[in-house]
Write a protein that binds this ligand. Structure first.
Ligand code: TYM
Length: 334
């Protein structure tokens, strides 16, 4: 089993990233059988699709590394690195550009969402972003890729690219990866709008809970989260038409391990004035230790760089046979 996943180091690690992906990364790392390996990386090469000042980008990469370690990624057990330190990602992405089809990329909903109405003004990098993502996965022969729901389409494309490459060049080079998407927390929604996912790029910081937020900020974001004036029903199924309420109950359940039905039953007949303070307490208590570990690590540039460098060396070595195989299959000498 080869587990691999990545996160863009733009902005903070938020509750959507944590419940949708990172918590599963840690679980898979902790349950890893011997002979299996986990690779987790900061998709800093992907992050160039968002404009950022140099100093800010450097800071973002280190801070996201600190946040992942604080959330439970252990660099001694998992290979933790940043993509830019492993040039094999960019090299394989270029080779795969010969295989991926424009029609396939045109169907990517994330590109449509991010490019918005001004498609002509979007960067080429944003358009070919999923090809680099395919390279990230295929380079390591990953079998399992733990991600949130929004990455499902990119992984389907990864499989299509792998199949076409293997077929076109008559090789059995790339392994087809399986996405691992959590059932209940595949899509955590914004605290301000139950129809939009919680996201780093939402201009309102009130829409998300960052793993770096202090206790008061968390409590205030939960208190001000959009909800509705109705009372909670006996069962979760009765929340079907109430997206904000559903999201808050879902987060509550994900944080405590209690079922969504049990939470509804506990608060049935009461409004969000009762549920919100309890949810705030749960979030504050569970996120505090992560934040404390993050605070202790985030300014230690020397230690963080050493971890990422060491991870990059291991990743480069693991990527080399596949990269060599890809050049060879295409008929390019290096
Ligand atoms: P990114 O940085 O947007 O998000 C990192 C992970 O968090 C998940 N996620 C969510 N899950 C549930 N609810 C949400 N509101 C939510 N928001 C984010 C994402 O699904 C993701 O798993 N393209 C990727 C990074 C990437 C990658 C890869 C992932 C680059 N190469 C190769 C896997 C394999 C991205 O931008 O994720």
């Amino acid at each position: 089993m080869r587990v691999l996943s990545g996160i863009q180091p733009t902005g903070n690690l938020h509750l959507g990233n944590y419940l949708g992906a990172i918590r599963n990364w840690v679980k898979m790392q902790d349950e890893m059988a011997s002979g299996s390996q986990c690779f987790f990386f900061l998709a800093d090469m992907h992050s160039i699709t968002v404009h950022e000042e140099r100093a800010q980008r450097l800071k973002n990469v280190r801070e996201m590394a600190a946040a992942l370690i604080a959330a439970g990624i252990d660099p001694d057990r998992s290979v933790l690195f940043n993509q830019a330190r492993v040039p094999a990602h960019a090299e394989l992405a270029w080779l795969l550009n010969g295989t991926a089809r424009i029609g396939w990329l045109n169907r990517m909903t994330q590109f449509k969402d991010k490019a918005g109405k001004n498609r002509e003004g979007a960067s080429v990098g944003l358009f070919v972003y999923p090809v680099l993502q395919a390279a990230d996965v295929l380079l390591y022969q990953a079998t399992h890729v733990p991600v949130g729901e929004d990455q499902k389409q990119h992984l389907e494309l990864t499989r299509d690219i792998a199949i076409k490459f293997n077929t076109d060049f008559g090789v059995d080079l790339f392994t087809l990866p399986e996405p691992i998407i959590p059932k209940e927390t595949a899509r955590i929604m914004s605290l301000r709008d139950g129809s939009a996912k919680m996201s780093k790029s939402d201009p309102s910081d009130m829409s998300r809970i960052n793993l770096t937020d202090d206790d008061d900020t968390i409590a205030s974001k939960v208190r001000k989260a959009k909800s509705d004036a109705d009372v909670l029903p006996e069962t979760y199924a009765d929340l079907a038409e109430r997206p904000e309420a559903k999201n808050l109950v879902g987060i509550f359940s994900a944080m405590t391990g209690e079922s969504t039905d049990a939470i509804c039953a506990r608060f049935a007949g009461q409004g969000f004035g009762a549920l919100k303070p309890a949810l705030a307490d749960v979030l504050v208590e569970s996120l505090r230790p992560i934040r404390q570990r993050f605070e202790a690590l985030k300014n230690d540039d020397v230690a963080l760089d050493a971890i990422l460098q060491k991870g990059a060396a291991k990743a480069s070595a693991a990527a080399e046979p596949t990269l060599r195989g890809a050049y060879d299959a295409v008929g390019l000498m290096r």
